[in-house]
Design a binder for this molecule. Structure first.
Ligand code: NAD
Ligand code: WQD
Length: 338
């Protein structure tokens, strides 16, 4: 079985490539390195002990993508490729809609032309918008997204659902991730953000290695147990294993399925800071600052559907997430080399 992994050099894609090969799948990776480095592919091969096909190509390049489908026998696609920075998406909406929405349309067209109708898609808890109350369930209404990034995920979910409605031979799995953190146990692959990190964990690890003076905690007056925002952090390896389960399902039957991939447990910003300090032995300086626009107080999943239908649940706790994030950051202080 050969699986095309778009965006396979990125943070979640690289961890998923390893788990796919561990599960016995052959993989073909396509990436344009917009937000990743070639070194991550070398390390995937090193950690898995396996070689795999790789194409440097933009998923919007239909000719290039068609060449990949004609050269490789692709049974299904796991589609990670896209832009993901919430703040940047407000500054560059055209780039976000073009890359994420047009990229997915181009990919689906090439898949259809080549008779490949099985896709696992990286969606996000962001599609639940601002108004649903946690624990979030797949049956809750989506939309009401507050930034172009989130809206691209909402739109792509609709596009893939319409595709399935038009042709029930398609098999589509929409995976709504909560907050992925952590890294592979080896410390060889992990999250390598460009510039100032937007997300909490890479910011914490950069403070811990001395790259940034302190963490700004965005508000301590939310209606949560300590006033700071509560999120459902999930270990990236658990997330990767969720993709293997979702892939098994799309390969075995046609249909349209939506799954939350989270732990079901919420931790506040200060809970994460404390857990990180315990795991690393390093003190993380922080200052309470104004709330960040667009943030909500609490967001966590009800992950029971993924357990019932995929037999998947997250196994790794917050300590392990922090330990593994720290191992990656402390052994790769500058991220991947160029
Ligand atoms: P990432 O930026 O590390 O990985 C994305 C990869 O896609 C990168 O290697 C990038 O170079 C590549 N890429 C981007 N545009 C491309 C294009 N047009 N053609 C080919 N390759 C392209 O991000 P990630 O954290 O691994 O996220 C993967 C997916 O999961 C994204 O779709 C993201 O929106 C989604 N997601 C991420 C999070 C998160 O917090 N990390 C949460 C929910 C959903
Ligand atoms: C977590 C908590 C912040 C940074 C985003 C996207 C979402 C998904 C995951 C892609 C919040 C607080 C953060 C900092 C802080 N991505 N924080 N100081 O906002 O839950 O989700 O990433 O799909 O779509 O919106 O994640 O890591 O940015 O924030 O206090 O420097 O940490 O306010 O409470 P978020 P995050």
């Amino acid at each position: 079985m050969s699986i095309l992994v778009t965006g396979g050099a990125g943070y979640i894609g690289s961890h998923t490539c390893i788990e796919l090969m561990n599960a016995g799948y052959d993989i073909v990776v396509v990436d344009n390195f917009y937000n990743s480095k070639k070194e991550s592919l070398k390390r995937i091969a090193e950690l898995s002990g396996k070689q795999f096909a790789f194409y440097e190509c933009d998923i919007r390049d239909k000719k290039g993508m068609d060449h990949i489908f004609k050269s490789e026998k692709i049974d299904a696609v796991i589609h990670f490729a896209g832009l993901k920075a919430v703040g940047e998406s407000c500054q560059k909406p055209i780039e976000y809609y073009d890359n994420n929405v047009n990229g997915t349309l181009a990919l689906c067209e090439v898949m259809k032309d080549n008779g490949c109708k099985k896709i696992v898609f990286s969606s996000s808890a962001t599609v639940y918008g601002m108004n649903n109350v946690s624990p979030l369930k797949e049956t809750m209404p989506t939309g009401g997204t507050t930034n172009p990034y989130g809206t691209t995920k909402f739109m792509i979910e609709i596009i893939l659902a319409d595709l399935f409605k038009s042709d029930n031979d398609w098999s589509v799995s929409l995976l709504r991730y909560f907050n992925p953190i952590g890294a592979h146990k080896s410390g060889r692959i992990g999250e390598d953000p460009n510039g100032v990190p937007n997300n909490l964990m890479p910011y914490i690890t950069q403070v811990a290695i001395g790259k940034r003076p302190f963490l700004s905690v965005y508000g301590n007056d939310y209606d949560t147990h300590d006033g700071t925002g509560v999120r459902d952090y999930i270990h990236v390896v658990d997330l990767a294993l969720g993709h293997v389960k979702a892939l098994n399902r799309v390969l075995s039957k046609s249909g349209l399925d939506v799954y939350n991939l989270g732990t079901g447990t919420g931790y506040s910003v200060l809970d994460v800071v404390k857990a990180f300090e315990k795991a690393s032995g390093v003190t993380v300086e922080y200052k309470i600052v104004e709330r960040r626009p667009g943030d909500i107080a609490t967001c966590y999943s009800d992950p029971s559907k993924a357990y019932e239908e995929l037999g998947w649940k997250a196994e790794r706790g917050i300590e392990e997430m922090c330990e593994d994030s720290w191992r990656w950051q402390s052994t790769n202080p500058a991220g991947y080399p160029d």
